[in-house]
Design a protein around this ligand. Structure first.
Ligand code: SF4
Length: 455
């Protein structure tokens, strides 16, 4: 059985796509290996959100190319966002790359790998040095969003991601996603509910609905019903799945939060008390240059509205520092907003110039030093607030879903609060996959440590 080494860079959407590819290859008689040295096929699923992510994938492929010297029949391929944006250039510039598959063709990967691998084995020594067997497919394919729906669950897996749509029609000037993932295409509510039911039947207790702009799900395909958006209709339908205990979604856009969605935090008990709400900047001037379509006042009013409906909600965000033209004043506005809103956590990114994005052409590009300085400074602000917020939980009972062994300490188990905070505790097999209360005893900043109250 030929072995496939599949390396994934980037977001949860990429992880989901890779899971589907691995499943399709296994169904074709290939074995997934974690050991690249055993591989007959090397596939790298790529991310283009920052230059660093692309460099990592290119570096890894360069390093792995040496394996072909021992196994001439090996196949090497790039998948995902960088494959979509660079296409045939990757085959032209990297001598050992045979396969490039874009973001709307993951369901074709197993076919293409099988064809190339069998052909290379067949040709063996008859393969001429200058002969190139390669496939490049970065075409669009309507309906491809429905092809990412099967899972390879681990033993007693309690949580799973469900991809509900692909693409984004927004035009944030720093973002490459619309050009790599294409326009918004949503799956049907029926096929998503069926997938969730299948997961719950296999023991999953929590699902996270995934999309680049998840709360605008179905805006081009489905009608509003009783004043509710297609996304709210979807949340309600998934919420009704018997046996499902918890429901989450990521990543939304502030403009997609209308009253019908905000009300869900009061009406749907399985919807967890956490919202990830990307801010990107606390300066209205920069938000305008980013084409984010909201102001800081609107953003803060939205957070307040959500907190009024669900006072225990955890709010997290994404912020970019060092956007072209960002002055000290702009940065100070971002810092001040972070202190006012007091996020439970935040992902801070240094602006990275992306090809074919409007912001890459802007004047006022900042040095890496300035970006790094603001990054470090804002991280300190975020970490301090996160610590204070977690300290408020010490001494209290919080409900968690136990997901299994802690990644940082195999002697301990871990679970997440409704606010998506990690709790580490001493427990046993009987806890895995269960929802129960834990008494929080201490915190180190981002992790909470507790003791199961009962069970
Ligand atoms: S909404 Fe998100 S994915 Fe879409 S363009 Fe903006 S940053 Fe990119």
């Amino acid at each position: 059985m030929p072995k496939v080494f599949l390396k994934t860079y980037g977001c949860q959407m990429n992880e989901r796509d890779s899971e589907q590819v691995a499943r399709d290859l296994a169904a074709r008689g290939y074995e997934i290996t974690q050991n690249e040295k055993q591989a007959d096929v090397v596939l790298i699923n790529t991310c283009s959100v920052r230059d660093l992510a692309e460099q990592k994938a290119l570096g890894k492929m360069g390093m792995l190319g040496r394996l072909r010297a021992r196994k001439p029949e090996m196949v090497f391929g790039f998948l995902g966002c960088m494959a979509q944006s660079r296409g045939g250039e990757l085959v032209r510039d990297i001598g050992h790359v045979d396969l490039v598959v874009g973001t709307q063709k993951f369901h074709k990967v197993a076919d293409y790998v099988d064809h190339l691998y069998k052909r290379r084995v067949e040709l063996g020594d008859r393969m001429m040095d200058d002969e190139r067997l390669s496939i490049v497919d970065v075409e669009e394919e309507p309906g491809s969003q429905e092809t990412i729906r099967e899972h390879t669950l681990k033993d007693r897996q309690a949580t799973a991601f469900v991809s509900i749509m692909q693409g984004c029609n927004m035009h944030c000037t720093f973002c490459i996603v619309p050009s790599t993932r294409g326009s918004e295409r949503s799956r049907s509510i029926a096929s998503i509910v069926e997938e969730v039911r299948g997961l719950v039947d296999k023991g999953v207790r929590e699902v996270t609905l995934l999309g680049q702009i998840v709360n605008l799900y179905g805006r081009h395909e489905f009608e509003k019903a009783d004043g509710k958006s297609p996304f709210v209709q979807l949340l309600e339908a998934v919420h009704e799945v018997e046996g499902l205990r918890r429901l989450r979604f990521t990543s939304p856009h502030p403009i997609g939060f209308r009253d019908d969605l905000i009300d869900c935090y009061a009406r749907l008990p399985k919807l967890m008390a956490h919202v990830h709400l990307p801010l990107q900047s606390g300066s209205d001037r920069i938000l305008k240059a980013m084409h984010r379509t909201y102001t800081t006042a609107k953003y803060e009013a939205l957070v307040e509205k959500i907190r009024n409906v669900r006072p225990d909600i955890a709010v997290t965000t994404d912020v970019i520092v060092g956007f072209p033209g960002e002055t000290e004043e702009d940065y100070a506005s971002t810092r001040a907003l972070m202190q006012r809103v007091r996020f439970d956590n935040a992902f801070i990114f240094r602006y990275s110039q992306r090809r074919d994005t409007p912001a890459a052409e802007l004047g006022g590009q900042l040095s890496e030093e300035v970006k790094d300085e603001r990054n470090q400074d804002l991280l300190e602000v975020v970490n301090q607030i996160a610590l204070e917020k977690n300290e408020e939980l010490v001494g209290r009972r919080v409900e968690i879903l136990c997901e299994g062994l802690s990644k940082s300490n195999a002697e301990r188990l871990m679970g997440r609060t409704p606010g998506n905070k990690i709790v580490i505790f001493e427990g046993g097999d009987r806890h895995i996959g269960e929802v129960f209360d834990v008494q929080i005893e201490r915190t180190t900043g981002f992790s909470l440590y507790g003791n199961p109250a009962v069970l």
